[in-house]
Design a protein around this ligand. Structure first.
Ligand code: HEM
Length: 532
């Protein structure tokens, strides 16, 4: 272990640091050098701890309740090795344990059980589903322009999440559950329900973290907000059960490409009956598509709009690309998606800065060794004992200056040409890479394209912030907070990582006082040019 000790000395975080990721009972949220990296350190430190260490791997040792070594990776070669070898480096599912509260699902399983579930779920994430996402996203945004924004020249939005949350929920509603919702839906719940489906989704998604953190009985006895959430969450399960039932008993066979329908079809078609998913696993997975799919995208889009509002020159370049690509008199077809590479570049550059999953949790199945070099060209081998917890730090990788030129800058164009793919892992990769990547990218391209081709996005000027510098404004707009209490975070920091946007969302929502779409001369000329 000598090399390992030497390596620890090189690391920014000392060997006696209690850490909180896989431990259920570490209680030290503050950053004290050599003792604790502090709460949210991965997200807060980004690449800083790696830079301080001079190496792209840093280690922590958990001392309580049991000694445990953890390695944090911002080295693309090691990340690739770990992600590419599922048997040697299985997912550290313990970290996601609490997500099993929704029913068993592909996020929380490993080995043969994961393989079985992934095989049934994978066909649902098809081209036809992506096309549904594309068409419906344009329809939803267009309806928003007409029914909510009233096709006004200037639209002010209280904060950016008010824009991205309803859009992404409505997309999930139709593309995941096959339920179209309208912006001005009346609020009369159907028989047997006290919430409409839209309200259920809004209510549950707003406080999803409660379901992860508290048992049902606590929620039912808790504050009025908790009780409302418990009711909504119970109703969502009932809605889902009804949808499953309806599809199973329906005599007229419709061609449907939503995830739920495809999942049911794939399950019915599973050749061996023991390969079929139980109803619990079916519901668990469909629920998980909501958990994994909605916040990640809505929060990334929120950050994207803030970036575009802050970096007007970048927005202008983006807009010019859209002018060239947009058809004059109709929404673009899914088949034209590749014309919107710039929209994807904006989304990717946002994900580089704010990856929803800050750390991808893995573990080492055997004793092994990692070899790495530092910027000075020194080589080092790190023994990795069996059972070591390994976190691929997306934030560290994405800000690693060895691979990214000017990593703090917002430059979507870097994703238009060659970029260091191995240092960009917002969706993880390999066999356990994000199954919803196509869904998310399709939706994000459509949202960014539809809105920025019609509206210029700006931050509202306010007298009380008149004196602030650009950097101060940026810090204000990007200030992010976490919605979990420190205790619960300590109980499972990778829950934080997995649900990082649950954490960040609140911050974005609160910190952006007013992010607005402000029509001005540019807007008018855009509008005309699009129509003409
Ligand atoms: C910006 C959008 C998204 C990002 C950045 C993202 C990121 C990720 C990452 C990093 C993982 C791997 C997690 C791990 O190994 O611990 C993952 C897995 C997963 N994602 Fe996404 N995701 C996004 C959108 C979506 C969407 C839209 C869906 C579904 C509708 C989805 C469903 C899933 C599922 C089911 C898994 C588990 C896959 C498996 O373990 O086999 N994600 N995602």
């Amino acid at each position: 272990m000598a090399a390992c000790v030497a390596y620890y000395r090189a690391a920014a975080i000392g060997p006696t640091s209690p850490r909180y990721s896989t431990s259920d009972s570490s209680f030290f949220p503050f950053s004290v050098r050599g003792i604790s990296p502090g709460i949210w350190w991965l997200f807060n430190s980004q690449y800083a701890d790696f830079a301080r260490a001079g190496w792209d791997v840093v280690a922590t040792v958990n001392v309580f309740p049991r000694p445990e070594l953890s390695l944090y990776i911002a080295d693309p070669t090691i990340a690739k090795e770990v992600i590419g070898a599922r048997a040697r480096f299985p997912k550290a599912t313990k970290v996601y344990e609490l997500l099993a509260t929704f029913g068993t699902n592909i996020v929380v399983t490993e080995g043969a059980e994961w393989k079985r579930q992934r095989k049934i779920a994978a066909p649902a994430f098809s081209e036809r589903n992506n096309k549904l996402v594309w068409d419906e996203t344009f329809r939803i945004v267009d309806e928003m322009f007409q029914d909510v924004w009233g096709d006004k020249d200037i639209v002010e939005i209280d904060h950016v999440m008010d824009l991205t949350v309803p859009i992404t929920l409505m997309v999930i509603g139709v593309a995941s559950f096959g339920r179209r919702m309208s912006w001005n839906e009346d609020s009369v719940a159907p028989a047997g329900h006290s919430f409409t489906f839209k309200d259920v989704l809004l209510e549950v998604s707003k406080r999803l973290i409660l379901r992860i953190v508290f048992p049902q009985w606590v929620l039912r006895l808790g504050t009025p907000g908790m009780r409302r959430f418990a009711r909504a969450s119970g109703e969502l399960t009932r809605y889902l059960e009804e949808m499953v039932q309806e599809r199973r008993t329906s005599t007229k066979k419709e061609e449907r490409h939503d995830l739920l329908s495809s999942l049911l079809d794939a399950n019915e078609g599973a050749l061996e009956s023991d390969a079929k998913l139980t109803d619990d696993a079916l519901l668990g997975n469909i629920f998980m598509f909501l958990v994994a799919g909605y916040e990640t995208t809505s929060h990334t889009l929120a950050y994207a709009f803030i970036f575009l509002a802050l970096y007007q020159e970048e927005q202008e370049k983006f807009y010019q690309s859209l002018r060239a690509a947009m058809p004059a008199d109709r929404a673009p077809a899914y088949e034209e998606l590749s014309s919107f590479a710039y929209s994807l570049a904006v989304f990717k550059e946002t994900l580089r800065h704010f990856p929803p999953t800050v750390a991808i949790p893995k573990s080492s199945a055997d004793d092994t060794v990692f070899t790495l070099t530092n910027t000075a060209g020194e080589k080092r081998s790190i023994p990795v004992p069996r059972g070591t917890y390994i976190a691929i730090c997306t934030v560290g990788l994405h800000k690693n200056p060895r691979y990214w030129d000017d990593p703090e800058a917002f430059k979507p164009e870097r994703f238009l040409g060659n970029y260091p793919r191995e240092a960009f892992l917002p969706f993880s990769g390999g066999a356990r890479g994000c199954i919803g990547r196509g869904f998310a990218e399709t939706e994000a391209i459509a949202v960014l394209t539809a809105i920025v081709s019609k509206y210029k996005v700006e931050v509202r000027e306010e007298a009380r912030f008149a004196g602030e510098t650009f950097e101060q404004r940026k810090a204000r707009l990007f200030r992010s907070q976490y919605s979990l209490t420190p205790q619960y975070v300590l109980a499972s920091d990778m829950l934080l990582a997995g649900a990082i946007l649950t954490a960040l969302v609140v911050a974005v929502a609160r910190s952006v006082h007013r992010s607005s779409s402000v029509a001005d001369e540019t807007f008018k000329s855009r509008h005309v040019s699009l129509e003409g």
